[in-house]
Ligand binder design. Structure first.
Ligand code: PMP
Length: 435
C-alpha cells in the first residue's frame, strides 16, 4: 500500500525533526537497555518520546512539547500526574516509615474500601502488579479445583506472561491454556461442554482491553457465569482496567458476580499494586490462622506508599459517586466522537465504554477481535503519529484513556485532532480498507 507507507514515512520524518532531544536520548539509552527499552508496549517507530514532566492531565517531553495525556499510563494514571490528595498521602506514608516488614493499617483500610465497593469481593489479598494478581488467581483456581486447564480468550492481555495476541506467546507461563473466541457464545459454550470437567478457571476481561476495547456481550458473560457454575469452574473477571468503569466496575454494571476478581492499575492511586479476591469461603484458603493454608508471599505486597495512595484515591478522590459521574461524562464524549465520525461519513469508530476508548477504522462497533481488519491495523501507526504531532498522546494501538483532571478543553483538543485526521485522510482510509 504505497500511499499509506508514504503517509507514515512523512509523519515519521516530521516527528523526528520535531523531537531531536527525544531521539538523542533514545540513541543513548540503547547502550544499557535493549533497544533503549524496558517495557515493550512503550516502544514505537522511529523512537518513543521521552517524557520530562507531568502536571494534571498533561505531559511535557524533552523537546518541550506539551501533550494532553490520553495514554494515561494504560489506564493506571486515572488521577493524572499531580493529584495533591494522593501526593500528600504518599508523603505522609514516607514520613512515617517504609518497608516495615509488618502489617500496617493501610492495607486493612484499602481491603475494606475494595470489598465495600465491588459486589463479588468479600476478601482480598494484595500483590505487586496485575500480572501477579492474575497468576495468583489462576494458581488458586488450579489448587482449589485440582484441575489444570484454563480457558482464556484470543487477543486477551492479562499480563506480561499471560497474553494471547495471535494465540499463544513464547514468554507465557507454561500453564495449560485453552483458547476461545471472545463473544462467541456458541463456540465457547461448546468448548466448556466438551472439557468442562478439566477446566480450573475461565479468565476473562469483561471488556477486552488490549484486543480493542471490545465489550463483552451481556449474554456471553451470563453464559460463562452459568456454564462455569454447572461445571464447578472458577469464573475470574480481570477488572484490572475495567474496575474504573462506573461505581463498581463491569461486574457492578452487568450484575454478574465472578468467583474471583483481579484488580490493579488505578487502585494504587498511580503506584504499583495488584489484588485478587472473592468470597470469604474461597479466600479462606489463604488464612494463615487455619491449618494447611496456602502461603502467598510478596515482599512488597503491602508496601505502604501504594497502600496509602490507594486509600486516599478510593476514599477521597474516586469515590463510587465520582466514578459514576466520570463514566457518564466519558461515555458522552465517546458517543460524541461517533456522531462526528458518522457526520463525516469516515470509517472510524470509538469503540469501548466510558473512559476506555479505542479508535477503530470501521463504521460499526467491533464485537469480536477477528472483525478487526488488516487495513484497520495498518492505519494505526499513522493515526498514532498524527495525534502526537497534534499534541494528543494516544496509545500506539489507538486507545484513549480519559483521566480525572481532564476538562472540556482537553476533550475538545482530542476531538479536533481526530477531526483533522479524518478530514485529511478520509480518502486514504477508504482506499486502505477497500484493498
Ligand atoms: N490485565 C489487564 C487487563 C491489563 O490491562 C494489564 C496491564 N496492561 C494487566 C492485566 C497486567 O497488569 P500489570 O502491568 O500491572 O502487571
Amino acid at each position: 500500500m504505497e500511499s499509506l507507507n508514504h503517509a507514515i514515512e512523512s509523519a515519521r520524518s516530521r516527528y523526528a525533526s520535531a523531537n531531536p532531544l527525544s531521539q538523542a536520548a533514545d540513541t543513548k539509552a540503547q547502550r544499557y537497555l535493549p533497544g533503549g527499552n524496558t517495557r515493550t508496549v512503550l516502544h514505537y517507530d522511529p523512537f518513543p518520546l521521552t517524557m520530562a514532566a507531568g502536571e494534571g492531565a498533561e505531559l511535557t517531553d524533552l523537546d518541550g512539547h506539551r501533550y494532553v495525556d490520553f495514554v494515561g499510563e494504560y489506564s493506571a494514571a486515572l488521577f493524572g500526574h499531580t493529584n495533591e490528595v494522593i501526593k500528600s498521602a504518599i508523603c505522609k506514608a514516607l514520613d512515617t516509615g517504609i518497608a516495615m516488614g509488618a502489617p500496617t493499617n493501610y492495607e486493612r483500610e484499602l481491603a475494606g474500601l475494595l470489598c465495600e465497593r465491588f459486589p463479588s469481593l468479600e476478601q482480598v489479598r494484595f500483590c505487586n502488579s496485575g500480572t501477579e494478581a492474575n497468576l495468583m488467581a489462576l494458581s488458586t483456581a488450579r489448587v482449589v479445583t485440582g484441575r489444570d486447564k484454563l480457558l482464556v480468550f484470543k487477543e486477551a492481555y492479562h499480563g506480561g506472561v499471560i497474553k494471547f495476541p495471535g494465540g499463544h506467546c513464547a514468554l507465557n507461563v507454561p500453564f495449560e491454556f485453552v483458547l476461545a473466541d471472545y463473544n462467541d457464545i456458541e463456540g465457547t459454550a461448546e468448548l466448556i461442554d466438551q472439557m468442562g470437567d478439566q477446566l480450573a478457571a475461565v479468565l476473562i476481561e469483561p471488556i477486552l482491553g488490549a484486543g480493542g476495547n471490545i465489550r463483552g456481550d451481556r449474554k456471553f458473560l451470563e453464559m460463562l457465569r452459568q456454564k462455569t457454575r454447572e461445571f464447578g469452574i472458577l469464573l475470574i473477571f480481570d477488572e484490572i482496567k475495567t474496575a474504573r468503569l462506573g461505581s463498581a466496575g463491569v461486574q457492578g454494571m452487568q450484575g454478574i458476580a465472578p468467583d474471583l476478581t483481579t484488580l490493579g492499575k488505578f487502585i494504587g492511586g498511580g503506584l504499583p499494586t495488584g489484588a485478587f479476591g472473592g468470597s470469604a469461603e474461597l479466600m479462606a484458603q489463604f488464612n494463615p490462622k487455619l491449618p494447611g493454608a496456602l502461603a502467598h508471599a510478596g515482599t512488597f505486597n503491602n508496601n505502604v506508599c501504594s497502600m496509602a495512595a490507594g486509600c486516599a484515591a478510593l476514599s477521597k478522590v474516586y469515590t463510587p459517586q465520582r466514578a459514576a459521574e466520570f463514566f457518564d461524562w466519558s461515555e458522552a464524549f465517546r458517543l460524541s466522537l461517533n456522531e462526528m465520525f458518522a457526520a463525516k461519513a469516515v470509517p472510524m469508530y470509538a469503540n469501548g465504554s466510558g473512559s476506555m476508548i479505542a479508535i477503530h477504522f470501521s463504521t460499526e462497533p467491533t464485537r469480536r477481535p477477528s472483525d478487526i481488519s488488516a487495513g484497520c491495523q495498518s492505519l494505526r501507526p499513522l493515526l498514532h503519529l498524527e495525534l502526537l504531532l497534534d499534541g494528543v498522546l494516544a496509545c500506539k494501538r489507538g486507545d484513549l484513556f480519559l483521566s480525572l483532571p481532564m476538562d472540556g478543553t482537553h476533550l475538545s483538543k482530542a476531538r479536533l485532532a481526530l477531526e483533522r485526521f479524518a478530514d485529511r485522510y478520509k480518502p486514504l482510509i477508504e482506499q486502505v480498507l477497500q484493498a
